[in-house]
Write a protein that binds this ligand. Structure first.
Ligand code: COA
Length: 336
């Protein structure tokens, strides 16, 4: 059977590291508050002349090298981000040109923290139908330029960081489904009733006569807003559900999973999700301490870091699970 396999991963974070102490004065916060509530120790911020597609380019080149493919074999770029280079066109077009791949298909998706899960699912479907054989899936974010970096924005400002991760996804013929390396399944969900629990209100066409006006700028409505408590409650419920859905669909149990890669928003969320699933902590790989929440880039960064740390090994059953703005959530189950 024709299925998708990840044949290469890569990640990149801008070199400028911002510690919790660096934010103390800027946002009237403290290292202690951030560590206790979130587990975050530092994050990376892009320089002024760097944008999302620049980070994506570095991650993509690393993934292409890791896959050992000729970049010309890529037929489609799927770019997941909530922090695009421009309002339109999509960042996949800018990345495509930077990669020198003019003419191939370029698709942006906006599923926030669940972006990589949705993007992998789309890649999987294109490969199963035979439409494409080689797809570059990228998640990248520059949050630092979009955050309110004053005490007013501290609830969100401390949580996010910049970074990019990419995966080369190729078609493969699966002859031994119980042992071959491939994407077994993906499951996607959303509940738009909670859209305003984590969103950026403006700019946008729902903003009355003008998609951006001085009044909304003065009110700071172009900064993201969040009901943190509500996000927390839903995340710790929906992520375990998404893992159970994935294992049950494949006739497996949670105990069969060798490695859990959860979206990295908050260490307390990850620990609660792990406990709800009875997942031993040594099977859960975390990157939040170093990168904070990099939204759509989080899971591909995790894949790359786990691989380079020797934690992700051939033959392992791996579940990726995410929850984020929308609300959106879902899972990808694969054998590495
Ligand atoms: N530094 C210091 N104090 C802060 C702060 C910061 N960065 N941000 C908020 N506070 C203060 C608030 O002003 C409030 O003070 P008050 O009690 O005097 O009014 C208090 O801390 C808030 O405390 P509390 O609401 O109990 O925090 P919490 O334990 O709920 O943690 C979050 C807050 C945001 C860490 C938590 O709700 C969370 O992680 N939610 C999920 C967020 C998330 O993951 N979003 C992305 C999902 S993809």
């Amino acid at each position: 059977m024709l299925r998708a396999r990840i044949t290469g991963v890569g990640s990149y974070a801008p070199p400028h590291i911002v510690t919790n102490d660096d934010l103390e004065e800027m946002m009237n916060t403290s290292d202690e508050w951030i560590r206790q509530r979130t587990g975050i120790e530092r994050r990376h911020w892009a320089d002024d002349d760097i944008s999302t597609s620049d980070l994506a380019l570095e991650a993509s080149l690393r993934a292409i090298e890791n896959a050992g493919i000729d970049k010309e074999s890529i037929e489609l770029i799927i770019f997941a981000t909530l922090s695009p280079d421009h309002n339109f066109p999509g960042s996949a077009c800018f990345l495509q040109t930077k990669l020198g791949l003019e003419g191939i298909a370029a698709l942006d998706i906006r599923q926030q923290c669940t972006g990589f899960v949705y993007a992998m699912s789309i890649a999987d479907q294109y490969i199963r139908t035979g439409m494409y054989k080689t797809i570059l899936v990228v998640g990248a974010e520059v949050h630092s330029k979009g955050l309110d970096k004053t005490p007013r924005g501290r609830d969100l400002g401390v949580l996010f960081g910049d970074g990019a991760g990419a995966a080369v996804v190729e078609a493969c013929e699966v002859t031994d489904p119980a042992n071959d390396s491939y994407v077994l399944s993906s499951h996607l969900h959303a509940d738009g009733r909670y859209a305003q629990m984590l969103w950026t209100k403006v700019p946008g066409m729902a903003n009355g006569p003008h998609w951006l006006d001085v009044e909304s700028i003065e009110k700071g409505e172009y900064f993201p807003q969040m009901d943190g408590r509500r996000v927390y409650i839903h995340a710790v419920k929906k992520m375990p559900e998404s893992v159970r859905e994935a294992v049950e669909f494949n006739g497996l149990t949670v105990e069969d999973i060798d490695l859990f890669l959860f979206h990295q928003a908050n260490l307390r969320i990850i620990e609660s999700v792990g406990e709800a699933l009875n997942a031993p902590p040594e099977k859960v790989f975390n990157t939040i301490q170093e990168y904070a929440n990099t939204t759509a880039a989080t899971l591909p960064i995790e894949l790359d870091e786990a691989l380079r740390a020797g934690v992700l090994k051939k033959g392992m059953l791996v579940v990726l699970s995410a929850f984020g703005s929308g609300f959106t959530w879902g899972s990808v189950l694969l054998r590495w």
